[in-house]
Design a protein around this ligand. Structure first.
Ligand SMILES: Nc1ncnc2c1ncn2[C@@H]1O[C@H](COP(=O)(O)OP(=O)(O)OP(=O)(O)O)[C@@H](O)[C@H]1O
Ligand SMILES: [Mg+2]
Length: 301
């Protein structure tokens, strides 16, 4: 688990951030950044580099490895604090709050601004080696791909999908992003997996979610990671979140992903509310949804 670095923000000085940015810069070229290059990358003199490295290492923001050379790299905490610093400087974030969700592939915290927002740090490259391998193909010209890159790409993909489908689709309003972090509005409600839904409401709720998927398709995106864990249900309606895997509808596998999303969702409702749903193949539902002849899925059940 990655430690919450928000409390350390006020202990750090500008020079610490220069040093961290210097290490970040070096990590574009190698996993472990040669100590000798840091005066240039961080624009600090020798003595200052030594001092700042020491401070950052003690705080767990960088780590060291001794090889043919003395190498340094950012920890996830170091990367988090760089993103947080930028978001605070820009005025996007004014205060830090409680965890909203801590998982394998992300850490989400409440943050304060003009209203309650959510900050999601992506962790993809850290935990998912396969993801790193996939990204490797994407950057065949680089011979090394760091988790920084993988996590940043995931955040960019998620932010782009949110910006495209909001507000047509009910998703958290995107506010800002930097590096591997995105800031969005905080939503209310509970995950579908934990929501109490009566049999009599099940078709209606399923219908609402499928309509959102149809709207997202119209806006050019398939979520591609749809499940009862990525939908929030509240009195006011449903909301779809967690979009880093979203693919444009032009993607060669988009239709396959849409079918899988529909199958996951309808499968969940059928398991929970047997007897409420007719047997309708997911591919037919997905086709209706794509063709915009979806209307109400009630016609299907
Ligand atoms: N905008 C938000 N407002 C409120 N809570 C949020 C928001 N975004 C995410 N969360 C909370 O954080 C949890 C994890 O978010 P999300 O599903 O986007 O990430 P994830 O990568 O799936 O994480 P995990 O590895 O835990 O599944 C959500 O289940 C939800 O409880
Ligand atoms: Mg999720």
């Amino acid at each position: 688990m990655v430690r919450n670095v928000a409390g350390e923000m006020r202990d750090l000085e500008s020079e610490d951030f220069y040093l961290l940015s210097g290490v970040e810069h070096g990590m574009r070229f190698s996993e472990w950044v040669d100590r000798e290059t840091l005066t240039e990358y961080a624009r600090l003199d020798e003595e200052e580099v030594t001092h700042r490295l020491d401070r950052c290492e003690r705080r767990g923001l960088v780590e060291r490895k001794t090889m043919q050379y003395q190498g340094f790299r950012l920890t996830f905490e170091g990367y988090d604090i760089l993103a947080l610093h930028t978001l605070v400087e820009r005025g996007t974030i004014e205060g830090f709050g409680a965890p909203l969700g801590v998982g394998k592939e992300s850490d989400v915290y409440e943050v304060k601004s003009y209203k309650a927002l959510a900050l999601k740090y992506h962790r993809e490259g850290y935990t998912n080696f396969r993801e790193v391998q996939r990204e490797r193909e994407y950057t065949a010209d680089h011979d090394h791909v760091s988790w920084l890159y993988t996590a940043r790409k995931a955040a960019e993909r998620e932010y782009e999908a949110l910006e495209t489908v909001y507000p047509t689709v009910s998703v958290p309003r995107p506010i800002d992003h930097n590096r591997h972090a995105i800031v969005m509005e905080k939503f209310e409600g509970v995950e579908l997996s934990r929501a109490t839904i009566d049999d009599s409401q099940a078709v209606g709720v399923c219908d609402l979610i499928l309509s959102e998927l149809a709207d997202a398709y119209k806006e050019g995106f398939v979520h591609a990671d749809m499940s009862e864990y990525n939908v929030a249900v509240a009195e006011s309606g449903v909301l779809l979140f967690d979009w880093p895997q979203a693919v444009p509808t032009a993607h060669e596998n988009a239709d396959e992903f849409l079918e899988r999303d529909v199958r996951n969702l309808v499968g969940y409702f059928k398991r929970k509310h047997p007897g409420e749903f007719e047997e309708t193949p997911a591919d037919e539902l997905a086709a209706a949804l794509r063709a915009d002849s979806f209307g109400s899925v009630r016609s299907f059940w």
